[in-house]
Ligand binder design. Structure first.
Ligand code: TYM
Length: 330
């Protein structure tokens, strides 16, 4: 059997180069080696309040970006999470085998909860829904950025607990990180992860930012008190710029050292900006073409959902049978 890949992105905020280098770009590269499912996880997005009109727009925008980045809809399935009710149904079934203590340990929950006035229960349950996304399709590989590793560990723990309580049911998923770019840092503050929800210009390069804006953001990036690149002593800002360049270019470590040692920071930034623009501009052009026909994205999403429904429903049926839940009356 061909191994299955599953991953997801929340339709909250603007997708940025961290999402691309940590996840989406990697998906495009590996998709054809596997059976691939990529989700737009709207049920996760609403764990924090989203303006309905913006959420509606974002979901379709992200589907357009997936296609523009090179996700091949003839091969890979692009699925809006809420269009396959089995995600939410399995999440509940898994909630019932997940100890609260496991969820209390999640670092993303602690960080997000600290930023909210009142914490919705959904935010707490968030990693269980994510485990459901993965286990619903019996995914073997989950390609993500570094910040999701703890969540995938939890999905494995939940799967293991379920299997030991109710018998062999779930496949154990494995995390797959990109070799470079698994954790892109904020350009304004290289000690904090680049994030969709962080506000302020200068923090992130969004995938749909026009070239002059990309140039401005990268030229303003925080570096350190040195003036030229030194691979032995560089600070996190310079390391982050180099990671962005290396990840976009695919250069080896040796190529990076030979080319950039001693290069002044201003010149480094120029090269990072031009490399980023050269990768994003063609994607933006394709995005405009794809979204010129608004029905195209809807068709892809409809076909994606239809294609995965049988697998999703079969897993929920199996889980219910193993748990002893009534399955006849449907
Ligand atoms: P989300 O929407 O925050 O991020 C989407 C993907 O982008 C990666 N990423 C980064 N990679 C490198 N540097 C960064 N600064 C950076 N910021 C984000 C994330 O690691 C992720 O791979 N909970 C998930 C969505 C999700 C999911 C799933 C993922 C829901 N169900 C099932 C995998 C499998 C999230 O919030 O990702």
């Amino acid at each position: 059997m061909i191994p299955r890949v599953l991953s997801g992105i929340q339709p909250s905020g603007n997708l940025h180069i961290g999402n691309y280098l940590g996840a989406l770009g990697n998906w495009v590269k590996i998709q054809h080696d596997y059976e691939s499912i990529f989700c737009i996880v709207d049920l996760h997005a609403i764990t924090v309040y989203q303006k309905p009109d913006e959420l509606r727009t974002k979901i379709r925008e992200i589907a357009g970006i997936f296609l523009a980045a090179g996700i091949d809809p003839k091969h890979s399935r692009i699925v809006v999470q809420s269009t396959v009710p089995a995600h939410a149904e399995l999440a509940w079934l898994l909630t019932c085998v997940t100890p609260m203590g496991w969820l209390e340990r999640m670092t993303q929950f602690k960080a997000k909860a600290a930023a909210q006035e009142s914490i919705g229960d959904g935010l707490f349950q968030y990693p269980v829904l994510m485990a459901a996304d993965i286990l619903l399709y019996q995914a073997n590989i989950v390609p993500v950025g570094e910040d999701q590793m703890q969540h995938i560990e939890l999905a494995r723990d939940i799967a293991q607990r379920f299997n030991s309580l109710y018998g062999e049911t779930f496949v154990m998923p494995a995390t797959r990180l990109p070799a470079v770019g698994a954790r892109i840092m904020g350009l304004d503050d290289p000690t904090a992860k680049m994030s969709k929800s962080a506000s302020g210009t200068g923090h992130a390069v969004a995938l749909l930012d026009p070239p002059d804006r990309i140039r401005r953001t990268i030229m303003r990036a925080t570096t350190d008190s040195g003036s030229g690149v030194d691979f032995e002593t560089m600070g996190p800002g310079v390391a982050n710029l180099l990671a962005i360049f290396q990840s976009f270019s695919g250069w080896s470590d040796d190529q990076m050292r030979t080319h950039f040692t001693g290069v002044r920071y201003g010149d480094l930034k120029k090269q990072v900006a031009e490399m980023t623009i050269s990768q994003l501009e063609p994607m933006q052009q394709r995005y405009r073409e794809i979204t010129a026909d608004p029905s195209h994205v809807d068709r892809v999403l409809h076909e994606g959902a239809q294609a995965v429904l049988p697998t999703a429903n079969a897993t929920v049926q199996l889980v219910k049978e193993h748990m002893g839940i009534y399955t006849r009356g449907r």
